[in-house]
Design a protein around this ligand. Structure first.
Ligand SMILES: Cc1ncc(COP(=O)(O)O)c(C=O)c1O
Length: 304
């Protein structure tokens, strides 16, 4: 990563510095996004750029953080950062944070919000094609404790603890339940199960409302596969025909086992395979009905 966009300008990454008394460093009060961009014959394309930047503004709004840019300006910042770094495919990390000023938990109303955009090449997130999952001892943050559908940095201590608990084990990812014992999501991805040719996913309320989750639902509708949003318990995963995660980082990743029980014989099932394959076609611009979800970097023209 050579260049970072910070507060309106691209600069060598070593110049994108932050004061140690930055509010967000102390209190987890940053908001961020994670997007992927993909290589196509027409140059790199960003998937669902506008949706991600709008979610960034939604997250900032929950903390009464005023981002001093428009959605379009930050979309353009993502495009410019990719162009300047000359990367064909990878990950984009926009982050907005309360900067340096009075250090009180409740940010001073005049505390400025700093914004950065970084990009880097990125391959597989979990490093394997089929994942072994274990139920975490940590529950997903409670909806009465925070705004769970905002992507606030402090939330990620919850995800991090779940991840640290399985580091060095044979498991690739942790499953997080809600306070009532229902399935919520993975540490950084949404979960789906397949039963009797129907896709089932936990409802909104305790989860981050994934942009990939919505894409899965739209792709399923396109394929005529029914989708049900409803609560279910971990036992229902164990007896499901298939299960998979969705997320910008993991894209569509099938689950081989939960708590050492193989799901659907431990192979990728036909519906997971279909959704995974279609997702790759969508993000590489091969599905005309999803072209509006892609923003070309080369032309610097927003199509979304
Ligand atoms: C906790 C959590 N759930 C779900 C997701 C998937 O969201 P998306 O599909 O928007 O990347 C993410 C990733 O951002 C996440 O951090």
């Amino acid at each position: 990563m050579q260049f970072i966009w910070k507060n309106g300008a691209l600069m060598p990454s070593e110049n994108a510095q932050t004061h140690v008394l930055t509010h967000s460093l102390h209190y987890g009060s940053a908001v961020f996004e994670g997007l992927r961009f993909y290589e196509t014959d027409d140059g790199p394309v960003i998937f669902k750029l506008k949706e991600h930047i709008e979610r960034l503004f939604y997250s900032a709004h929950q903390l009464e953080m005023k981002i001093p840019y428009t959605v379009d300006q930050l979309c353009q910042a993502c495009i410019d950062t990719i162009s300047h770094n000359n990367i064909q495919a990878g990950y984009i990390r926009p982050l907005a944070y309360f900067g340096h000023g009075p250090l009180k938990v409740v940010p001073h109303p005049e505390l400025p919000a700093d914004v950065i955009v970084a990009v880097w090449p990125w391959g597989d997130y979990l490093g394997v094609k089929l994942v072994d999952v274990v139920t975490s001892q940590y529950i997903r943050i409670h909806p009465s404790s925070s705004v769970v559908n905002a992507k606030i940095s402090g939330h990620y201590v919850n995800s991090m603890l779940a991840g640290l608990a399985i580091r060095g084990t044979k498991y690739h990812e942790a499953l997080m339940l809600d306070a009532d014992g229902y399935v919520a999501e993975g540490s950084a991805e949404n979960i789906f199960i397949v039963k009797d040719n129907k896709i089932i996913t936990p409802p909104t309320g305790t989860i981050l409302e994934g942009i990939t989750r919505k894409t899965v639902m739209d792709m399923a509708a396109m394929c005529g596969i029914p989708v049900e949003e409803r609560k279910f318990r971990r036992e229902e995963i164990l007896t499901a025909d298939e299960a998979f995660f969705s997320g910008t980082a993991v894209e569509i990743t099938p689950i081989r086992s939960l708590d050492d029980t193989l799901i659907g014989g431990g192979q990728m099932g036909p519906i997971s395979e279909k959704i995974q394959g279609l997702y790759q076609e969508v993000v590489s611009g091969k599905v005309p009905s999803f072209h509006h979800t892609l923003t070309r970097v080369e032309s610097a023209v927003l199509t979304a």
